[in-house]
Design a protein around this ligand. Structure first.
Ligand code: ADP
Ligand code: MG
Length: 141
């Protein structure tokens, strides 16, 4: 049974030229990429996407950062996709991220941490729907 998750290659990683390397990590980890696009989030999109964090002290910094430049949004498919992707990216804080994870290798701080990953199947569905229409999601098998 295949599940979906939602990923973002965040502006810090795109700016640093790491888009291709991270895309390759996604493929190497066995995810099918259902859709991917390079966008520049508006501040309103960033505020909406991270609305769950609206009361957190870092919300302003986070939404400014996420709308500061290009990012790549991706819909991914794999068995247990949500957990598999969280394992691949590592802990939020790169100082706590395990060896070999994307955040360990590419994140520069807890805020500018290279990638996003959904935290549940329910949120994955909402987050994919935030950036993609169903017809844009292509199962290549
Ligand atoms: P995750 O992205 O690992 O699911 P959270 O959902 O807790 O982490 O937070 C969302 C994003 O907010 C993080 O990826 C990071 O970019 C930012 N963030 C989280 N905690 C902090 C913090 N203490 N200071 C600054 N930015 C933070
Ligand atoms: Mg989260």
């Amino acid at each position: 049974m295949s599940n979906r998750t939602f990923a973002i290659i965040k502006p810090d990683a795109v700016k640093a030229g790491n888009t291709g390397k991270i895309y390759d990590r996604i493929l190497s980890a066995g995810f099918n990429i259902l859709s991917a696009k390079l966008i520049k989030m508006t501040i309103d999109q960033a505020k909406g996407f991270y609305a769950v964090h609206a009361e957190r002290p870092f919300y302003g910094e986070l939404t400014e950062f996420m709308s500061s430049g290009q990012s790549m949004v991706l819909a991914l498919e794999k068995e247990n996709a949500v957990l598999a992707w969280r394992d691949t990216i590592g802990a939020t804080n790169p100082d706590e991220a395990a060896e070999g994870t994307i955040r360990k290798d590419f994140a520069t701080s807890i805020g500018e941490n290279a990638v996003h990953g959904s935290d549940s199947d329910e949120n994955a569905k909402i987050e994919i729907g935030f950036f993609f229409t169903e017809s844009e999601l292509i199962a290549n098998h």
